[in-house]
Ligand binder design. Structure first.
Ligand SMILES: NC(=O)c1ccc[n+]([C@@H]2O[C@H](COP(=O)([O-])OP(=O)(O)OC[C@H]3O[C@@H](n4cnc5c(N)ncnc54)[C@H](O)[C@@H]3O)[C@@H](O)[C@H]2O)c1
Length: 321
């Protein structure tokens, strides 16, 4: 489906892990990129990143990957945003630094330009303080790597213009993303809280010597993780209840879950526990280096995403017939 959006130029503030990934995704979907980073090597970093991921972006259906991306590097954040229709802020997760950057850019923004922060867990209400007019500041939290993973979590509060969220939603969805919208502010948004809940128990199982790091990882990636890539937990457990659905599932397993929830661990990331995770990972990683692991992750994600998109397209054709 082609979704139209008037946004032609996106300013990316902070060209690190997340900023380069967003920039590549927006460039591959035909937008001009204005890049600003406090380090002067931002242009070289993005150029290298683009070369590494452009084929992947083509494989997931973004069209502008065969021509060179249109991008400019700026020496100041204000100059980068001045000619942009949308701003994706990706500087480190420090409240003071983000507030300072917003104070620098606010006078330079064109009226109505949405500023979306990638923040993983800072509160919008805290990020809004210091703005003269915070109506167009929203949370738009991606999941790493944003150029591949579809999810973007959106949040705006009472001070936010509803249009800001709908402009952002349209922009992301026009680039193949899937958005969710939080109804109220909560620390860590949704997906990171879910990830934190699962990781907490994974660490507990390793710390308590129930299972190795390698086996706990396999327990997710070869088990529920595969199912979660295609349907969420409620839909899956609805199927787990048979034709009678989630009610039957709840009735059958209510007591088991009550006992399991009661028994879940509350580990702490002590030096001993971190050491155990590092040692366990050494065994799991073997001879693969960072680059090899990243490529393996991306190749598998792209294969999974392509397969899911193909099935979804088949279902839409059946529904339309
Ligand atoms: N790393 C993740 O998995 C992840 C996932 C989702 C969201 N996020 C969020 O994305 C944001 C960026 O995280 P990251 O992992 O890309 O960090 P990073 O450290 O990789 O990149 C940050 C970049 O910002 C630059 N920078 C620092 N201060 C700046 C300033 N004042 N102005 C301009 N540039 C500045 C740095 O030079 C660096 O290139 C954070 O808010 C983080 O919470 C991170």
């Amino acid at each position: 489906m082609q979704i139209e959006t008037p946004i032609k130029t996106v300013a990316i503030l902070g060209a690190g892990l997340i900023g380069c990934s967003w920039a590549a995704m927006f460039a591959a979907s035909g937008r001009r990129i204005h890049l600003y980073d406090s380090h002067t090597d931002a242009g070289a970093k993005f150029a290298e990143f683009w070369e590494a991921v452009k084929d992947t972006l083509g494989e997931i259906g973004l069209k502008k990957t065969t021509t060179a991306p249109e991008w400019l590097v700026f020496n100041s954040a204000a100059d980068a945003v001045a000619g942009a229709d949308f701003v994706q802020e990706c500087i480190p997760e420090r409240l003071g630094a983000k507030r300072q950057l917003y104070a620098e850019i606010e006078p330079a923004l064109q009226p109505g330009t949405v500023v979306a922060t990638s923040s993983s867990g800072l509160k919008l209400s805290d990020l809004q303080s210091g703005w003269l007019d915070p109506r167009n500041l929203i949370i738009a939290h991606p999941f790493n790597p944003p150029h591949i993973i579809p999810l973007v979590e959106l949040y705006g509060n009472d001070a936010t213009m509803p249009e800001a969220l709908s402009i952002a939603r349209t922009l992301y969805e026009s680039s193949g993303k899937k958005t969710i919208t939080l109804k109220r502010e909560i620390m860590g948004h949704v997906a990171n809280r879910l990830q934190a809940a699962l990781w907490r128990e994974a660490i507990h199982l390793v710390a308590e010597d129930v299972v190795s790091v390698r086996d706990v990882d396999t327990a997710i990636s070869a088990g529920p993780g595969m199912r979660w890539a295609v349907m969420g937990p409620h839909m899956l457990l609805n199927l787990g209840g048979g034709p009678a659905g989630i009610r039957a599932y709840c009735e059958q397993f209510r007591e088991s879950y009550a006992l399991w929830w009661e028994d879940l661990g509350k580990p702490e990331l002590t030096q001993e526990t971190i050491g155990k995770l590092i040692d366990g990972l050494k065994e799991e990683i073997g001879s693969r280096d960072y680059d090899a692991l990243r490529k393996e992750r991306d190749a598998k994600l792209v294969a999974l995403l392509s397969a899911i998109n193909k099935v979804d397209a088949g279902h839409s054709e059946i529904a339309a017939a």
